[in-house]
Design a protein around this ligand. Sequence first.
Ligand code: OAD
Length: 231
Amino acid sequence: MKIVILTGAGISAESGISTFRDTDGLWNNHNVQDVATLEGYHRNPDIVRGFYSDLRTKVSNASPNAAHYAVAKLQKSGHDVTLVTQNIDDLHEEAGSPSVLHMHGSLDKVRCDLCNEKHLYLETLNRACPFCGGQTFRPDVVWFGEQPYHLTEIDSDIRKCNMFISIGTSGNVYPAAGFAKLAVKKMGYTIEFNTSLSENSRYFKERILGKAGETFPVWVDKFIETTKCSN
Ligand code: OAD
């Protein structure tokens, strides 16, 4: 079966990483305009670098939870699974996911301010960009007003998928918030895993409420068992 999974901050909540919009979420404690826009970065690059560097430290001390492992299990089960995440942490990779499309970028990379070339975060701490000699780097994170990554591939996979699964995303940020509607239009079965109904829950045929670390592994085991002979 062709499956597309979209994950959001909620899947990493049980690993101790703050979501954005829940009570005490990152956007309740930080001004989005300051830390998640190009204008904010140009105004004060040190604040922005500090914000993502703190986040990177939190993520490096976190471990994947049962939901991340269940996603990886489904990817390895013989089904054709595209994993798309809005998260900039690397917990899917740590849980063993064989491929991850980071549509909002990743904390593990930076981009050269001058030539836009990407580098691993650690490579750049004490050196200039080897491509252009530029000395400053911005986080390789997609900010508000910027184009998310991998959109052509994601759009094409959603149009072909039989099932679209959303885990832990509030449905507030486009284009990701529009994926469920597209999947439904293309006759895919749609399922949402969330602690509460998301903004676009009307586009989900099935809604499973609860913590993803508790609900999703149970669902995956049952799904793999019932689809064993029909892969
Ligand atoms: P949000 O913070 O908007 O939403 C998190 C969702 O996870 C909410 O719907 C919660 O109900 C749900 N949730 C919380 N804990 C959960 C749990 N244990 N199990 C299941 N669900 C749970 O985060 P996103 O939707 O990921 O973009 O936010 C989308 C984008 O907005 C982010 O990628 C980021 C942000 O601005 C950029 O920075 C570009």
